[in-house]
Ligand binder design. Structure first.
Ligand SMILES: [Fe+2]
Length: 254
């Protein structure tokens, strides 16, 4: 027991802690679920306002909400999303929160998404970036088709939390490299860096940072309670590394 304790102590002693105190180096969070009552994120405007206040305290200057868009659950029209964005903007003004606010979407790769690409009906982030997520359970076989169609339509793909797709863990990063070769940008979830989604997601996210494969980071925040995780993440050396990296593009979204 004593040895175990001493070993733990030795390990911690050897590591310099991250120097991060907040998220001011990140500036923009563009993957979160702060729009009220539209998906599995904020339940009402009070939740949204509290979340935005926490973001402000953490040094974030701009928040772009990305509610789910999927055929099988959350069919959120652009009109609905933009209308709610305006409601939140009003509440931000009323509550004197110093955050710039916008909204886009997190598109699940399904038939609704493919239709929206063809109609050029996607809500974009910054320079025509589209945030796309995949199934957590089964390996999709048409990612190449989706990427091709996005590019033909003039969109830039950001793959949401690539570290969270277990079916890609086994192939020594071959699938991930293939995404990069096709021009996809990667957005990892900050919580992955402290193991919020399990050890393998953490290992994968850290390795992606070490191999310079990450252009974006975001919270993927769904609940107020998750701010505890965001505070905890500030101790991550890999978070410090990516926030100080020239490769990080979050600030280009300001
Ligand atoms: Fe999300």
């Amino acid at each position: 027991m004593l040895n175990k304790f001493l070993n733990l102590f030795k390990k911690e002693e050897g590591e310099r802690p991250s120097a991060l105190t907040d998220y001011s180096a990140m500036l923009v969070d563009f993957h979160n679920h702060v729009l009220p009552g539209i998906d599995d994120g904020a339940k009402n405007i009070d939740d949204s306002i509290m979340m935005l206040r926490y973001f402000e305290q953490l040094g974030i200057k701009k928040v772009i909400a990305s509610p789910h868009s999927m055929a099988d659950g959350y069919i959120n029209s652009n009109e609905k999303i933009l209308q709610l964005r305006d409601v939140v903007r009003e509440a931000i003004k009323k509550n004197a929160i110093n955050i710039e606010f916008d909204a886009a979407a997190e598109y699940y790769m399904d038939e609704l998404f493919m239709e929206k690409i063809e109609k050029k009906d996607l809500l974009t982030i910054g320079k025509n970036y589209v945030l796309m997520e995949l199934s957590y359970l089964s390996k999709p076989n048409n990612t190449g088709d989706a990427i091709y169609k996005l590019q033909i339509a003039g969109y830039n793909l950001i793959l949401a939390h690539p570290e969270r797709y277990p079916y890609y863990y086994e192939d020594s990063f071959e699938h991930f490299k293939n995404f990069k070769d096709r021009g996809a940008y990667f957005q990892i979830n900050i919580g992955s860096l402290v193991g919020k989604y399990g050890g393998q997601a953490r290992y994968t996210a850290e390795k992606m940072i070490d191999e310079n494969m990450v252009e974006f980071v975001s919270s993927d925040l769904h609940t107020i309670a998750q701010f505890e995780v965001l505070r905890d993440c500030l101790k991550s050396k890999h978070l410090e590394k990516i926030l100080n990296s020239d490769k990080l593009r979050n600030k280009t979204l300001l």
